[in-house]
Design a protein around this ligand. Structure first.
Ligand SMILES: C[S@@+](CC[C@H](N)C(=O)[O-])C[C@H]1O[C@@H](n2cnc3c(N)ncnc32)[C@H](O)[C@@H]1O
Length: 357
């Protein structure tokens, strides 16, 4: 049985599974999902002759909204109370033919794990486990192509899943969660979300092109200024739209103009580089407003939130995506739209759109 282990935010297993099932079917690969027994995990089973590698060759993790990370499952086994390294080695010996050359091992635990002992164990286990697997020749010795990573997922102290992930199609962040630090001067914790969005959506080799060089930005729903502070941190000149008050220290930088206005109606006189929007409102209203900005070429890049309704979260995202597609196709605008349920998101997803012409 060919299976994938997929990670998402706890409570979004249904959306994650349905999106993956649809995305695979679009590529002619069929399967079904069930939520894993650990919250925040989904098992996707391929029903035909296709293997996980066939799916991962045509579907990038970055094309999915609700999946944070994934790997191909090779085996599941019981962990004994002692010599757990030996137990892993025994399973890997049996898998030898199916196991590609791996450079490293990652030990994962369920996202909402509350057992501190399990967390500590997983962290401290990586070094002795890696050493033993390297000595046994299971992990490659020294430098080599960093293509495959051995994955061990510990449900608890008694059960484990072993698998492999590929460097070119997994999250660059451990567990799919970038570790970010809030600057002491940040006016709000929301700043972390824009920081995470840039880490996820802006490839390092495009960071200067997209974020450097003193760009002009508009922040809709800006107060108290967490997102604005991130834009300013990158040397941008920001127009902050919000009826609420902006953080005084941020205003003192001289990089921010505060306009008290309705973010859905306000438009710049001249086009800007960035428009970001953190207004919590109906997702279709936000999607229509973003589509309008792009149809009129008022900005080149945008990051915005869509607050999804509890009952139809996946459907609402499809509606919003369709609405933007229809409007921009009508206007003859080339664009790239991606979305992700970020670690700092709750009921909302974060979207990135850029104009391509
Ligand atoms: C989640 S907060 C934004 C937090 C901000 N991004 C930060 O990092 O500090 C949402 C903001 O949207 C503003 N807002 C709500 N509706 C708005 C509208 N129609 N036009 C402009 N701002 C609006 C609210 O006043 C609130 O300050």
């Amino acid at each position: 049985m060919h299976q994938l282990m997929v990670f998402c935010r706890a409570g979004f297993e249904g959306e994650c599974g349905r999106e993956l099932t649809d995305a695979a079917a679009w590529r002619g690969i069929f399967g079904f999902f069930r939520p894993g027994k650990e919250p925040g995990t989904v098992r996707f089973t391929l029903s035909g002759k296709d293997k996980p590698a066939d799916l991962m060759n045509t579907l990038a993790l970055g094309d999915l909204v609700f999946a944070r990370d994934w790997f191909e499952i090779l085996a599941e086994f019981e962990l004994p109370a002692s010599d757990r390294v030996g137990a892993v080695q025994a399973v890997l010996r049996e898998l030898e033919a199916a196991l590609p050359a791996c450079q490293r091992v990652e030990v994962r635990i369920p996202a909402g794990n509350t057992d501190r002992d399990l967390g500590n164990f997983a962290r401290k286990w990586v070094a002795p486990l890696s050493r033993a697997l390297r000595d046994a020749g299971t992990l490659s010795q020294g430098a080599g192509p960093d293509v495959y990573q051995l994955e061990i997922f510990l449900s608890d102290f008694t059960a484990a899943v072993v698998g492999v992930s590929r460097a070119d199609n997994r999250s660059p962040f451990p567990g799919g969660i970038p570790r970010l630090k809030l600057s002491g001067q940040s006016p709000s914790r929301s700043a972390l979300k824009l920081d995470e969005a840039w880490k996820v959506f802006v490839a390092p080799d495009r960071a200067t092109e997209l974020l450097g060089g003193g760009k002009k930005a508009v922040d809709l729903g800006a107060a108290p200024g967490g997102w604005t502070s991130q834009l300013v941190r990158h040397g941008m000149l920001v127009t902050a739209i919000d009826n609420g008050p902006m953080n005084a220290e941020l205003m003192a930088t001289g990089h921010v103009e505060h306009i008290e206005a309705d973010g859905f109606r306000w438009r710049p006189r001249r086009a800007v580089d960035w428009m970001v929007c953190d207004i919590v409102d109906q997702p279709r209203k936000t999607a229509a407003m973003v589509a309008e900005w792009f149809a009129k070429k008022l900005c080149r890049y945008s990051i915005f939130n869509l607050k999804l309704p509890m009952k139809k979260r996946y459907e609402e995202w499809l509606e919003c995506r369709g609405l933007i597609e229809e409007r921009l196709t009508q206007a003859g605008i080339g664009y790239r739209l991606v979305a992700r349920h970020l670690y700092h998101d709750r009921e909302e997803i974060t979207c990135f759109i850029e104009r391509l012409d």
